[in-house]
Design a protein around this ligand. Structure first.
Ligand SMILES: C[S@@+](CC[C@H](N)C(=O)[O-])C[C@H]1O[C@@H](n2cnc3c(N)ncnc32)[C@H](O)[C@@H]1O
Length: 282
């Protein structure tokens, strides 16, 4: 891996083992709905399709693709898609999910930081990543440099992530049985790796029996934008939006588009953000 301290490499290896263990649980859960109970397209908001633009015939790389749910939706739009993930178990299952959906997707196992080597120097018109991906990356400057090198001149990058405010908020159950969101965790980065007990993953299903530790890194929106700018990409759009593709907290309201928001009486806060960036033509 590109110049990481041994300790950080070991953390990423621990995450790889943890994601291998989470994979069968996620596959069996109703959260992702890979049995067909939830359309793959429902993981994208309408504005994301607009931001991604025409995908027919485009060479697209999905970084940190996990079970390949979003990857399937991208392929169905006509893109020639490659999915990359550090978890070998995820890659194996993503292949069978793609087969079940009858879409042709190439999956590659590898660390994002090794993607240039793992993909043999191939480059892409579009790169997509996000929705729980960047928190597993210790260094955004190195990441952005990899992304920039994987893009063809004129190619575009789209990252959609959970807003740092979402991570910063925790739930307090008041005496009346309702719940309140309060600032509980860091909003800004700077404390290094967070060691998390990942015995229970975020989907339904049983606890993990091994590799129950995961490491996460907080990244504020400014750090993402500045890393991309530092890697020579031009930022074309930044969005902050109030809806999520799944209900993070009790009491969230599901809209007609299937996405979830806080109830009307709650403060309007961002829960997701999206950055569109482009590698300039040379
Ligand atoms: C929450 S999933 C995000 C993908 C997608 N939005 C989803 O929800 O399925 C996070 C994925 O990142 C992968 N991952 C974590 N660290 C990685 C790394 N350094 N390189 C490549 N993949 C990594 C994990 O294996 C996991 O599949």
């Amino acid at each position: 891996m590109r110049g990481f301290e041994r300790q950080v490499e070991e953390m990423m290896l621990a995450n790889q083992a943890n994601w291998d263990q989470r994979t069968p649980i996620h596959l069996a859960s109703s959260f992702y709905g890979v049995d067909g109970s939830r359309p793959a397209e429902s993981w994208f908001a309408e504005y994301e399709w607009g931001d991604l633009g025409e995908l027919d015939g485009v060479d697209l790389l999905h970084l940190q693709c996990h079970l390949g749910v979003e990857t399937v939706a991208l392929a169905r739009r006509g893109a020639r898609v490659v999915g990359l993930d550090i978890s070998g178990e995820s890659v194996v299952q993503a292949r069978s999910v793609a087969n079940r959906h009858g879409v042709d997707i190439e999956y590659v196992q590898g660390n994002v930081y090794d993607a240039l080597d793992v993909l043999g120097g191939r480059t892409f018109d579009r790169i997509y990543t996000g929705k729980g991906a960047l928190c597993y990356l210790p260094d955004l400057d190195v990441w952005a440099d990899v992304v920039s090198r994987l893009l063809r001149p004129g190619g575009s990058f789209y990252v959609v992530e959970f807003h740092p405010l979402l991570y910063a908020l925790g739930v307090v159950p008041p005496a009346d049985g309702s719940q309140e969101l309060v600032l509980r965790n860091d909003f800004l980065s700077g404390r290094g790796a967070e060691k998390r007990d990942a015995t229970y993953t975020y989907t339904d299903g049983p606890p993990l029996t091994e590799a129950r530790v995961a490491y996460e890194w907080r990244h504020e929106v400014a750090a993402v934008v500045n890393a991309l700018v530092g890697a020579g990409l031009v930022i074309e759009r930044l969005r902050e939006t109030a809806k999520l593709p799944w209900p993070r907290w009790q009491g969230m309201v599901q809209d007609d588009d299937g996405w979830f928001r806080l109830p009307d009486e709650a403060p309007r806060i961002p829960l997701l953000y999206a950055v569109s960036a482009r590698r300039p033509l040379e």
